[in-house]
Design a binder for this molecule. Structure first.
Ligand SMILES: [Zn+2]
Length: 65
């Protein structure tokens, strides 16, 4: 079989990093997965931070009028 990350020949049996060929490829794949997971919460936080500011502006305008 071949490593899904670097496509180099690797063995499945007695391989602690399977399906990857080495620890380096396994860590690289986990790092890519973690980076993709962090993108979604980051976008949600940005959207939630904008909402309170818009509500405050509307309330301030009402008080002035
Ligand atoms: Zn590899």
């Amino acid at each position: 079989m071949t490593c899904p990350l670097c496509h180099q020949p690797t063995t499945w049996e007695a391989n602690p990093w399977r399906p990857f060929c080495s620890e380096r490829c396994q860590i690289t794949d986990l790092g890519t997965w973690a980076a993709e997971q962090y993108r979604i919460p980051g976008l949600t936080l940005t959207t939630e931070m904008v909402r309170p500011e818009q509500i405050d502006k509307e309330e301030e305008e009402k008080d002035e009028v």
